[in-house]
Design a protein around this ligand. Structure first.
Ligand code: NAP
Length: 267
């Protein structure tokens, strides 16, 4: 049996095992996906064990997305630019690291609206924001603006990627077509946090959320009331999962079944 897995700390609440195991089951693939809770101090030893064992692929989560890069044999240009590995493919004892978070963001948005020629505001300036900027640049967004609570972090990212930046309070100046909510504000809080005043959201906007706990965050609820197109956070997880599954198995991911497994486990 081939083994695949999730590597993070903590690793308890990941939805990746039900998602990938549902995919393997649907296609009759003799494989199992497990969650590995790995402390930062044990990461190197864990990777060495993977090189010598029967694990075929890994999803990498925080806090390891950056540190694991030092232990891999090859890293894709995507992962180098985003400066984070979230997917590993193991072949003959060699580990290849790449990043498909940006594909998750891209495909979740393309499912609802084109990106080319659109003005995009990204809220946040952390690791997930890097993947979002990359996805928007790859898809030829006409303008990309990063707004963050700590403006200096937004500025640093903006300079690196050649995009615009500002504070969250600058949102009113921009009137974007697409908003990508990439902060962790309101994570796990059913009431959420209003990071953008609801009066500024419009029906012309598409709002993509990265948080999926809760699934309807404050900005999604406020946007929906205004008639905006909304994209819930589990879509990013699902679409990056489809890309991982296809890299590992060379087969088309059974998307409906995998998404259903996520929804069943979110309840
Ligand atoms: P990160 O590197 O820790 O960055 C967190 C960002 O959130 C920073 O920009 C921070 O601003 C901002 N922030 C935190 N609390 C805030 C608040 N109360 N008000 C305004 N801004 C606040 O995290 P990350 O890795 O980029 O992840 C961001 C979010 O995306 C997390 O919720 C994560 O769970 C989610 N995510 C989802 C998926 C998925 O598959 N759906 C994948 C990856 C990440 P400062 O710079 O000012 O601190």
């Amino acid at each position: 049996m081939d083994i695949y897995g999730f590597v993070g700390h903590p690793a308890k609440h990941t939805l990746s095992p039900p998602m990938h195991n549902a995919g393997f089951h649907e296609l009759g693939i003799y494989a199992k996906y497990e969650a590995f809770d790995v402390l930062p101090k044990n990461l190197k030893t864990f990777v060495e064990r993977v090189k010598n064992g029967n694990i075929k692929g890994l999803s990498i989560s925080q806090p390891h997305k950056q540190t694991i890069m030092a232990y891999l044999d090859e890293i894709s240009d995507f992962a180098k630019k985003i400066m984070a590995v979230n997917t590993i493919v193991s072949k003959n004892g060699k580990l290849f690291g790449t990043n498909v978070d940006w594909i998750g963001i891209q495909d979740a948005i393309l499912d609802k609206t084109p990106i080319e020629g659109k003005k995009v505001v990204i809220l946040g300036a952390g690791g997930a924001c890097r993947a979002a900027i990359f996805a928007m640049q790859e898809n030829k967004a006409s303008e990309i603006i990063i707004l963050n609570r700590t403006v200096e972090k937004a500025q640093k990212l903006a300079e690196e990627f050649g995009v615009r930046f500002g504070a969250l309070s600058d949102f009113a100046q921009h009137n974007p077509d697409i908003i990508i909510q990439a902060t962790s504000a309101g994570l796990g809080d059913p009431d959420g946090i209003e990071i953008i005043p609801k009066e500024l959201l419009k029906s012309s906007m598409t709002i993509m959320e990265m948080i999926y706990n809760p699934m309807m965050t404050r900005i999604l609820k406020d946007g929906q009331k205004k008639g905006a197109t909304i994209i819930t956070g589990e879509k990013m997880l699902a679409y990056q999962g489809f890309a991982q599954f296809e890299l590992w198995t060379n087969q088309k991911a059974p998307k409906k079944i995998m998404l259903k497994a996520i929804h069943d486990n979110l309840k």
